[in-house]
Design a protein around this ligand. Sequence first.
Ligand SMILES: *Cc1c(COP(=O)(O)O)cnc(C)c1O
Length: 395
Amino acid sequence: MNIYADYAATTPMHPVAIQAMSEALSKVYGNPSSLHSLGQEAKQALDQARETFAKGLNCDPREIYFTSGGSEADTQALTSGAAMGARKNKRHIISTTIEHHAILHTLDHLESQGYAITRLAPDQYGMVTPERVEAAIREDTCLVTIMTANNEIGTINPIAEIGAVCKGRGVLFHTDGVQAVGHVAVDVQAMGVDMLSLAAHKFGGPKGVGVLYARKGMLLKPLIYGGAQERSRRSGTENLPAIISAAVAFRVALEEMEQATAHLIPMRDRLIEGLLTIPHSVLNGHATKRLPGNVHVCFEAVEGESLLLLLDAKGIQASSGSACTSGDLDPSHVLLGIGRPHEVAHGSLRLTMGHTVTQEEVDYMVQATSDVVALLRSMSPVWTDLNKGVTPHVI
Ligand SMILES: *Cc1c(COP(=O)(O)O)cnc(C)c1O
């Protein structure tokens, strides 16, 4: 059996998105900036893709900017919000300790440029309440950035409530919606966000294309200078085949969302229940306010990397957390951020599924994980000490 269970890192492309991309590659090769008919045809396809995103997110097409992905959209959102603040002499930004690195590293950069950053610690489930955000807002706060859903533990934040707080206090609000878009309902008006980032490859679209939604009135600061593409906010000839394909993937994800969610939630909960029968294991993230396809657990006295390799040998492609930190020996900042001790955070497993997952596959993942954990523990001196009572169990 082969089970791809790393959807949070990237998803396989939806067949209709592949078809749309391949057709665009051969047929819509004009430059949307060209005035001849082929160029105008490309421009029309670009406009249509923009409208698809605007309709799905509930905004105006002029508020959609195509980027090279989630990281670029995040970087541009934060540097733009910060620049808008600096014009009013406001240089304080609020975020959380468990954001994606595209956010965290942009904040580090802004800090080096003289901005003050408050990084809120989430609760034990990885959630940030509107009250916490409100309490952190100062006279000089210009921007709040809090992710819609976490890429490691899948926890969904109360974004609409946080948006209302920001609006009430006249502070710009950005959300990294990369994990949420295409998986849970996202409406930029209802959420009260000024800016939102998304990436197509997290919902069945191609890699290397994303969107930054920026409300009218936002002064986007370009990261790339050149021609007048994307109303001069993002220069460079548009990656049209990827943009067309991303729009198709987005439309299909929205059409299939209700059915996918209804299928995924029972699968997710069956997988969680099965994995938690393994002794000394714990669920990370919220039990219900979590992404439909996300399962994230820690096992005591198990080394996450070994667990992954052995699961891979059994045909299961999983992750220990975020793809961006693999290869890095420190435990995940998200797990430390929700209060897991180092030794527990090291034994993490993230299984993220698409809506094609079957009950048989879920049961296979439970059995395989259970067998691998038992094998690793049988060879672990840490486990021996725990069982002899030399060291106390943490979970
Ligand atoms: C994947 C991801 C990103 C980065 O998106 P890229 O398209 O890979 O640049 C940003 N934020 C979150 C929450 C993500 O899951």
